[in-house]
Design a binder for this molecule. Sequence first.
Ligand code: DAH
Length: 339
Amino acid sequence: MIDKIKEHIAEIEKFTSDSKEAIENLRIKYLGKKGLLNDFFAEFKNVPNDQKKEFGQTINQLKTVATEKINALKEALDNKTVETGVYGDLTRPSEPVELGSRHPISIVKNQIIDIFSRIGFNVSEGPEIEDDWHNFTALNLPEYHPARDMQDTFFIQTNPDILLRTHTSSVQVRYMENNKPPIRTISPGRVYRNEAISARSHCFFHQVEGLYIDKNVSFADLKQTLQFFTTELFGKSEIRLRPSYFPFTEPSAEVDVYWGLETEADYRITKGTGWLEIMGCGMVDPNVLENCGIDSKEYSGFAFGMGIDRITMLLHQITDIRLLSENDVRFLEQFKSAL
Ligand code: DAH
């Protein structure tokens, strides 16, 4: 038994390590509550009387050697920390912290919100899972209306009344149902359409809807508002409104901004015309106002809707819409510096 303890003493004397963990393990092994030292002390009463003295001295030696060894190694470790800076030197530069970045869609969405909030628009949101009334019927698109086919719809399971909204115009309806004019609101959000995924289209994307309802709102107010917007966002103030058709607005128009033809990219994105279509708009159809409980004789208003993904691609020269949902950090980290 005494020899065995001496072996342990030799082993401790040889032991060296600069690992905090290994030193602690050594302490637990010998000096811990369930450590060997306590085992040997417990053994003491079974040792024959003539060996008790030597046995006692040896386990005391074991205790001293272990305690000194552990203290020495700990001290060396602390000194090393200060001298060599290998461990936790406070003057070392800190570990780099990986900062995330805002998604380009969020950046552009926030820019759009910021611009409209400066002229009194608030922000409203609605559900992505919608019912037929808010997505279609209230917007002057009754059942069997051919214009429903303009937007290929995802229906939820077999219930044709529940669907993934195809546009944020559904939020117009909800907002008018729940608020009285004057109304000035923009509604950003994600929308879904059953379309083949390619570089130019996706089955989900983002829109911002705008709605302005008050007494005596005119088409001139609409144009002025949109011109303010394009000037602020693109730095381009020349716009044109081309007659178009949307069931929920009358008259309706497509908005083009004059982008210019300075670079090769300008030719590409404007197909050589210099003009770029950026949104749809119009005067809210009186039927829509009535469907939402607003007196169309007293109030009029305008609405507009645009795709955030498309505008993001324009502003950041992104040529494939799929990049916006693939979450490739090599793409996303390029937006690190943007707010
Ligand atoms: N909802 C239309 C779409 O998704 C966009 C739109 C056009 C919204 C005209 C409007 C509007 O509010 O007046 O294509």
